[in-house]
Structures are given as C-alpha cells and as structure tokens.
Ligand binder design. Structure first.
Ligand code: NDP
Length: 288
C-alpha cells in the first residue's frame, strides 16, 4: 500500500535485546573460563505488587538465559526496614554476589532512599546509588541506569549521528528523564528537558530530531507534535482502561511522521532488562 512508504521504521527493542543478551551470554562463558566463576545477580522483591512480580520474573529469566547465576529473595510486604537493610548488608559482604537490585516501589513503611544508599555502589546494577549518579553527572566511568542505557543502545542501532542533533526529553525523573538527558548531552546532542510545567509542549517537541518520552501519560505525544523524520523513543508503560499496555506516544499518528519509532510493548522495556545483564557483567569485571 502506498501510505506504508511514509511509515516510520520500527525500532524493535525485543530483537535488539536478544542481541544484547547473546553478547552477555558469550561474555559469561569467557568470564567463567577466566575467573572460575559466573557473574551473579541478586534480585530482592518485597511484597506482592503484581507489576513488580512480572518485572522481577523477567529479570531472573533473562539472567538464566545469559547463563549467569541469579538469586531471587522474596520478602513479605511487612518486612521491617531494618531486616531489609540487614539482608542488603549481607549481600554487600558476599563475595559471590556481583549485582544487587531491590525492585521498586517498596511498601510505604520502608524508606527507598535509605535502601538505595545501602547497596554497595560497586554492586549497584540499577545505577541509582548517589555515587553512581554523581559519577554520571561528573562524566566518570560509572554504572549507568538500565533504562537510559537501553534508550541509547536503541538510538545507536539506527546508526544516526547524535552529535549536533536537537534532543527533547519529556520527563525529568531521576531514573529516566535526567540520566537520558545527560547521556544525550555526553554524545553532543543539544538537549532540552520538558516536564509538567513546560509551556506549550508541542512547540518544544517540534524542535526534536530525537524525542524521548518518559512521562507516564498514555498518548501524550501525538503526530502533530513531531518534526517530520524525528526518532521517537517511547519509555512510557501505561495501562489503558481495558488493561492493554501502551506508551506515552500515540503510535499510529507518530508512526506517520517519525523516521524511527519504538513500540510499546517491545521497545524500551526489553532493553532495560538486557542492559541490567550488561551492568551485572560490568560489576563482575570491576570486582575482579
Ligand atoms: P515519574 O512519574 O517519576 O516522572 C514523570 C515525568 O513526567 C515528570 O518529570 C513529570 O514532570 C513529567 N510529566 C508529567 N505530566 C506531564 C505532562 N503532561 N507534560 C510533560 N511532562 C509531564 O515517571 P518515571 O520517569 O519513573 O517513568 C515515566 C514512564 O516510564 C512511566 O510510564 C513508567 O512506567 C515508564 N518506565 C518505563 C521503564 C521501562 O523499562 N520501559 C522504566 C522506568 C519507567 P514534573 O517533574 O514536572 O512532575
């Protein structure tokens, strides 16, 4: 059909995540041969949040695929903050553990910041510890949060030069918006960060050669808000009233305007998990 020729190319995060996981799989074999043990990722989940359970299951499944060791620690929703911190301290001291991830969000009675600070920075596979966050902003070689790292890998897979492009990041959270903006800045993009107080969002997004949406509002970004040919990365994971997964980007209208676009599901989500595997390898190597 003729109209198909104007459609964006799909940035297939599922396929790319398989490539990344295969890279990790090969590395695991090499590392075991060299050091006599496999990298080990430890995932802690507190309570029974269904979304968290899905994420954790997928992380453990991915670890198994790559051949690395993984441990899943399931704690009851009423576990005390002190008991959780004690488990983290044990894992920090355990030489066989390379990466520690505590699935967020945590129940209200537990201070997330305390938990993030408690993880040894060299085992912080999420890259949320302040020492890794400051490393990122100071341009040091450090652990980069998984979702932003996945966004960059998706962008690189388009083989588009990022240097000199205008990149607009919608969203300024510590876990996605801000680190993505810094990574784009590091690649010499001209970066604009938009947020809930941005006046006339559409006039800002229309400047974007690269648009990253990390908001949590279904369909916020529509085709008329895009510059023709933009690369669109949709980080959002939302559920419609019917329970269907969707992103922050209205896929149908944006696919008619963009050059590349990520789907939801099958875009950034699988890349986040693949980059977690990469971060675990990185932690293993740094600890040898
Ligand atoms: P937060 O809620 O922490 O941040 C949302 C950001 O969006 C805030 O900076 C907020 O602005 C901004 N915002 C809200 N409404 C608007 C609006 N109308 N116009 C412009 N900006 C707006 O979310 P997260 O960053 O944690 O997550 C964002 C989305 O990404 C969610 O859907 C989440 O589920 C998904 N996600 C997906 C991951 C993946 O692996 N694919 C991983 C992590 C998150 P302000 O700061 O002014 O409040």
């Amino acid at each position: 059909m003729r109209w198909m020729s104007n459609m964006a190319e799909i940035l297939d995060g599922k396929a790319l995540s398989a490539v990344v996981k295969d890279e990790v799989r090969s590395e695991v074999i090499e590392l075991e041969a060299k050091y006599g043990r496999k990298p080990c990722l430890c995932v802690i989940i507190v309570g029974e949040n269904p979304a968290s359970q899905v994420y954790v299951r997928n992380k453990v499944k991915a670890a198994a695929y790559t051949g690395m060791e993984s441990r899943l620690i399931e704690l009851p929703a009423d576990v005390s903050e002190a008991a959780l911190l004690e488990r983290i301290a044990e894992l920090n001291a355990d030489d066989a553990v390379d990466g520690i991830l505590v699935q967020l969000p945590l129940p209200k009675h537990i201070d997330e910041e305390k938990v993030i600070y408690a993880i040894a920075p060299e085992k912080d596979v999420d890259g949320f510890h302040p020492s890794n966050v400051s490393g990122l902003w100071l341009g040091k070689d450090c652990i980069v949060p998984c979702t932003p790292a996945g966004v960059m890998r998706l962008l690189d897979s388009t083989e588009t030069e990022i240097c000199g492009k205008t990149a607009v990041v919608v969203g300024r959270s510590n876990i996605v918006g801000k680190p993505v903006a810094k990574l784009l800045l590091d690649r010499n993009a001209t970066v604009v960060i938009a947020h809930s107080r941005t006046a006339d969002l559409a006039s800002v997004t229309r400047q974007a050669d690269i648009l990253v949406a990390a908001v949590g509002r279904p369909g916020l970004i529509t085709g008329e808000m895009l510059k023709p040919g933009a690369i669109v990365i949709d980080v959002g994971i939302n559920r419609t009233a019917e329970g269907k997964l969707c992103g922050d980007v209205d896929f149908a209208s944006c696919a008619e305007k963009a050059s590349w676009i990520t789907p939801v599901p099958g875009g950034v989500g699988p890349m986040t998990i693949a980059m977690l595997m990469k971060n675990t390898i990185r932690c293993f190597k740094a600890r040898q």
